[in-house]
Design a protein around this ligand. Structure first.
Ligand SMILES: Nc1ncnc2c1ncn2[C@@H]1O[C@H](COP(=O)(O)OP(=O)(O)O)[C@@H](O)[C@H]1O
Ligand SMILES: [Mg+2]
Length: 254
């Protein structure tokens, strides 16, 4: 099957209409991701934890950014802010030029579905849904028929060699297989931005390689990628822009 029929770039217009916001996004943006003086702190009893300290970041459309850093340095915190899963304590975040901090959860939920695919370290598949249903799950915003969505989901799963695991529930899949379902689920709506939090941690060699190949392929498709990882094989992929996170401070790795 032709790649383009499943995952090729759509007309680059994203429409949102709910009570809170009408926004039209185009891929012709200044930056896919822009953070201006962003901080995130957590209040734990009397202790304040500064997980992110005055982070500035500009990511152009189509860039493949890899952030490495020790455990606890703030990588997941940063990714959750970019993915509009969490709010900044200070500063401003623009995704596809949209200041997402200005909007409420209704807007942000729709925005997330359209603009970002999120790959979690712990897969986060819906345990009561099969592999193919998990991939179809984020596709709810389209007006395509269930039959067509299923076809698209199957084609995606075949890309990661799971064509014979379509009707397996997550517990009937190995960790590597679950992560492969999760990575194609992130692609289900063909979002311009893919975010991945240590996607190859705890995976067998073969699944790790499949995930890396898939990331490279996404980059070639023009997607903007931000990947948090310790995996040197990801950091050393061609065309990667390497950043480091150290105690909540983001730096360019030169
Ligand atoms: N919900 C939370 N409440 C309190 N502290 C948190 C929370 N999430 C993360 N932290 C703290 O913020 C810091 C950064 O965490 P995190 O972003 O998960 O780091 P990493 O992903 O690099 O391991 C850590 O010190 C962590 O303990
Ligand atoms: Mg983390």
């Amino acid at each position: 099957m032709e790649d383009d029929s499943i995952l090729g770039p759509k007309d680059a217009v994203y429409e949102f209409d709910n009570d809170q916001a009408d926004a039209e996004l185009s891929e012709d943006v200044n930056f896919a991701i822009r953070l201006v003086n962003v901080s995130r702190s957590y209040d734990l009893r009397r202790r304040k934890i500064n997980a992110l300290n005055d982070v500035n970041l500009e990511v152009k459309s189509g860039e493949f950014v890899v952030v490495s850093g020790y455990s606890g340095s703030g990588k997941s915190t940063l990714l959750n802010l970019i993915g509009a899963i969490d709010y900044a304590s200070n500063g401003r975040i623009f995704i596809m030029d949209v200041p997402i901090g200005d909007y409420d959860e209704t807007f942000r939920a729709t925005f997330r579905l359209n603009t970002t695919g999120f790959i979690f370290q712990s897969y986060n598949l819906v345990s009561t849904l099969t592999a193919v249903e998990n991939v179809m799950f984020p596709m709810q915003l389209t007006d395509k028929s269930t039959k067509d969505l299923r076809k698209e989901a199957i084609a995606l799963l075949e890309r990661v060699e799971l064509g014979d695991r379509l009707d397996h529930l997550p517990w009937q899949l190995s960790s590597g297989e679950q992560q492969r379902v999760a990575i194609v689920r992130a692609m289900a709506n063909d979002p311009p931005i893919i975010l991945a939090d240590e996607p190859t941690a705890n995976l067998d060699l073969e699944s790790g390689k499949m995930i890396r190949d898939f990331l490279v392929w996404l980059h070639q498709q023009g997607k903007t990628l931000v990947v948090m990882t310790h995996d040197e094989r990801i950091m050393n992929l061609e065309g990667v822009r390497r950043l480091t996170m150290n105690k909540g401070v983001l730096g360019e790795d030169v």
